[in-house]
Design a protein around this ligand. Structure first.
Ligand code: NAP
Length: 479
């Protein structure tokens, strides 16, 4: 059983010091409601000092040799691995994420920091053939990739460690200094990461953590002219508000999706069915690439549906700390009530609920709907809940058109062994990633990852995040 997290008073990391605040907020176990942490809320002065400290630390850190940044990030990766059980238990409790997925998240963050360490050693520009232009004859040209300065990371609740790692690892690898504002519901993991980075040797001021609501702390950071870049993961409305408020700053936006996956008749159902179950219900469906819209060819729909419902019925809904838990609570009761209302609305509009949909506080039982229409909320908006809609289609082209018919564009999945169909989907679905013979949920941490349309701007996946967190500086030499 995971180590217990005592309700402990936490502090914020500002300029290399662990500081208390005038106000505090409590962090609860999302399953039991028990208080597991008391965290200072940063006031304006604390945010100001955190950004100031990052600014001050920038010249030193940006000139720290790559081999030293490599060693520090590698050590951070080792420390995360060493404390995997304890950190997974914190994620489990503050995010309500089932133990196996919490442990999996720590394992992924270990890799994300390892990739970041390695990337620190290969940040480089290239030469430019200046004499391709008559005006460039006799000149030498090359460009460098330079860190941008202070990077603000604003992160969501659903992966409180690995989505933070996706910003902090590449940001530090590239020589930037950072201010992190984690989600208010899940700040304990972020604070723990601060301790780990300090132990790994990150110098004072290079990495700062401030906690507080998006509307105050998030907004102050966003508007501060000393911040050069905002790397945000969260919902599209907040992302848009940040872009409006940020002014002339670089931004990366990793936003939501109502992910679709197509299952063709030639799919291997023994592989596809269990994978679709995990894709729809892992982390209670609170994953930006969760399977939400499932398009199954009419010829296999009844067999697929039978197996899909049977497998869903076997999921264990329980306290996420139990090692065999499959589905834990949602992040808060308001979100669970909203998803429950969406299910009821769909049913009132003619959809059929095949299983689940019952709510007990923050827990919503995994729900499968059929008989849905494209304009229902469960289809056209991001559900971010343990809720999947099954749609029977006639032709592959129709299914592709329906997956593409979305304001979002993060990832999509297609089960087919027909190469022409696979490539048709790749060509016609405007998303950041198409997963063939898997669902929308597939991700490894070094692949380019990010969305089109309302799903965002820019890409993460360590090397790609480094590109987003560096500026190109052109050098021309006239000998
Ligand atoms: P959220 O409500 O948008 O919050 C994300 C972060 O933004 C939190 O730290 C939040 O602080 C902060 N924030 C809120 N208002 C702000 C403002 N006005 N200015 C600056 N910061 C502000 O998202 P969430 O509910 O935590 O996460 C769910 C969303 O994230 C879903 O839409 C999901 O698809 C998306 N997501 C996308 C990806 C991806 O990689 N594309 C990955 C994971 C999640 P508070 O916590 O204090 O409100």
């Amino acid at each position: 059983m995971a180590e217990n997290v005592a309700a402990k008073p936490c502090r914020l990391l500002i300029g290399g010091k662990w500081v208390e605040g005038k106000e505090t907020m409590t962090v609860i176990d999302k399953y039991t409601g028990e208080t597991i942490g008391v965290v200072p809320v940063a006031d304006r002065g604390m945010v100001d000092r955190a950004i100031g400290a990052a600014r001050e630390a920038f010249p030193g850190w940006s000139r720290t040799p790559a081999h030293r940044r490599f060693r520090i990030l590698e050590k951070a990766s080792h420390l995360l691995a060493k404390h995997q059980e304890e950190i997974a238990s914190t994620i489990c409790r503050e995010a309500g994420k089932a133990w196996k997925y919490s442990a999996g998240e720590v394992a992924r963050a270990v890799e994300t920091f390892q990739f970041s360490a390695e990337e620190a050693k290969r940040i480089h520009g290239e030469t430019v053939p200046m004499d391709a232009s008559t005006a460039g004859e006799g000149r030498v040209g090359f460009y460098l990739r330079c860190p941008v300065g202070v990077v603000a990371a604003i992160t969501p609740f659903n992966f409180p460690l690995n989505l933070v790692a996706h910003k902090v690892g590449p940001g530090l690898a590239a020589g930037n200094t950072m201010v992190l504002k984690p989600a208010s519901t899940t700040p304990l993991t972020a604070i723990r990461l601060g301790e780990i980075l300090e132990e790994a040797g990150v110098p004072p001021g290079v990495f700062n953590v401030v906690v507080g609501s998006g509307g105050t702390v998030g907004d102050w950071i966003t508007a501060d002219p000393r911040v050069s870049k905002i790397s945000f993961t969260g919902s599209p409305p907040v992302g848009e508000a940040i872009i409006r408020r940020a002014g002339l700053k670089k931004v990366t936006m990793e936003l939501g999706n109502n992910s679709g996956t197509i299952v063709e008749p030639d799919a291997d159902l023994d592989a596809a069915v269990p994978r679709c179950v995990v894709s729809a219900f892992a982390n209670s469906g609170q994953v930006c690439i969760s399977l939400q819209r499932l398009y199954v060819h009419r010829s296999i729909a009844s067999e697929f549906t039978k197996r899909f419902v049977e497998a869903t019925a076997k999921l264990k809904v329980s306290n996420p700390l139990e090692k065999d838990c499959d589905v834990g609570p949602m992040i808060d009761e308001g979100e669970a009530k909203r998803a429950e209302a969406w299910i009821k609305e769909a049913v009132a509009e003619g959809a059929k609920l095949l299983i689940g949909g019952k709510r007990e506080g923050r827990v919503l039982y995994p729900a499968i709907l059929t008989g849905v229409r494209a304009e229902m909320k469960v289809m056209c908006q991001e559900a971010f809940a343990p809720l999947v809609s099954l749609y029977e289609y006639e032709t592959f082209e129709d299914a592709v058109r329906m997956v593409e018919d979305s304001p979002y564009g993060l990832q999509a999945g297609v089960y087919t062994n027909d190469l022409r169909k696979a490539m048709y989907a790749v060509e016609h679905i405007n998303v950041g990633g198409v997963m063939i013979n898997d669902t929308s949920i597939f991700r490894v941490d070094h692949m380019p990852y990010g969305g089109n349309k309302m799903s965002g701007l820019g890409r993460e996946g360590v090397r790609f995040a480094v590109e987003e967190m560096t500026n190109i500086k052109m050098v021309m030499i006239k000998p």
